[in-house]
Design a protein around this ligand. Structure first.
Ligand SMILES: [Zn+2]
Length: 303
């Protein structure tokens, strides 16, 4: 589409490089979902104390534990916060901010874009999330992570229009790239920091009967081994490792121990840049990269 020929001999995209002296990057991110994804899918769960307590573990217990880990390791991270979470748990969100971490946008009530009927609906979620983060924490995020990783083709343009510098959640690359927000050449662009389900703690760990998960809960030792393999493989390719953890999931005790062990391993890798998503996006924005244009596939006539 945008490339007349495919250059497959180098793992690094044309024009891409990390800052001087660095060969790869890792970004530890935390999606502070708390109750919001459950309430978006199952509004009736607002009356279920058991389920709400499972989600409240994040801001009550997981966030403080993760902040202690990050302080011990001297690492700044990126926390994507739904506006609803900020309103319900303002002290937790202000503590994240006051500890020096980046706060990004994660919807208002964790609204999945697949069910958004039109652009106006998506824009309303975006604005409501911005308003909540501003009122609760006086934060104006420059980064966005789509709830459930669900993105419409129209969302990048909305992000650019509302002053976002980057998105983190598309899954078509190992390296950050410049994301065209429309099909026209010369249109605005933002930076994309790709992620993947395999580096998300929800799938291996999470179980809420009737709501999510199979009931098979992975061992933190196995998850640490899996994530370490991906970290080392991405470093070898000069890529970007984006880990997505949730305080209500990985804030639990032995999972948090495994997370800290992974951070220690990453910090021991020579030439690996550990940075916030905003710092990585700011670097990528300085590179002369051809924007990647996403075009929806055309369905065959008989589909
Ligand atoms: Zn989320």
């Amino acid at each position: 589409m945008s490339q007349p020929t495919l250059d497959w001999r180098s793992p690094l995209p044309a024009g891409f490089r990390w800052p001087e002296g660095l060969r790869a990057a890792a970004c530890f991110t935390f999606d502070v979902d708390a109750e919001s994804p459950v309430l978006f899918e199952y509004p009736e769960a607002a009356g279920w104390l058991d389920v709400m307590s499972h989600q409240a573990y994040g801001p009550r217990t997981g966030v403080p534990r993760i902040l202690r880990i990050l302080e011990r390791r001297g690492l700044r991270a990126t926390f994507f916060v739904p506006g609803y979470t900020a309103e319900r748990w303002p002290a937790a969100i202000r503590a994240i901010r006051d500890a020096g971490h980046e706060i990004g946008h994660h919807g208002y009530l964790h609204e999945g874009a697949h069910s958004a009927p039109d652009e106006a609906t998506e824009e309303a979620h975006l604005l409501r999330g911005l308003d909540a983060l501003d009122r609760v924490a006086s934060v104006r995020p420059i980064g966005y992570r789509a709830p459930m990783w669900e993105l419409s083709y129209r969302l990048p343009a909305l992000l650019a229009r509302h002053g976002f510098a980057y998105d983190s959640g598309l899954m078509d690359a190992d390296h950050p790239y410049r994301l065209a927000v429309g099909p026209e050449a010369g249109a605005a662009s933002i930076i994309e920091l790709p992620a993947h389900w395999s580096l998300d703690d929800w799938e291996p760990y999470n179980y809420l009967p009737g709501i999510t998960g199979s009931g098979v809960i992975a061992s933190p030792a196995d998850v640490l081994a899996r994530w370490t393999l991906e970290l080392e493989a991405l470093v070898a390719e000069g890529g970007l490792f984006v880990l997505t953890n949730h305080p209500f999931v990985s804030g639990r005790s032995s999972r948090a121990v495994a997370l800290e062990a992974l951070i220690e391993r990453a910090q021991a890798i020579d030439g690996l840049w550990l940075a916030t998503a905003a710092e990585i996006a700011a670097h990528v924005a300085t590179l002369d990269l051809a924007p990647v244009v996403h075009v929806p596939p055309l369905l065959p006539d008989d589909a």
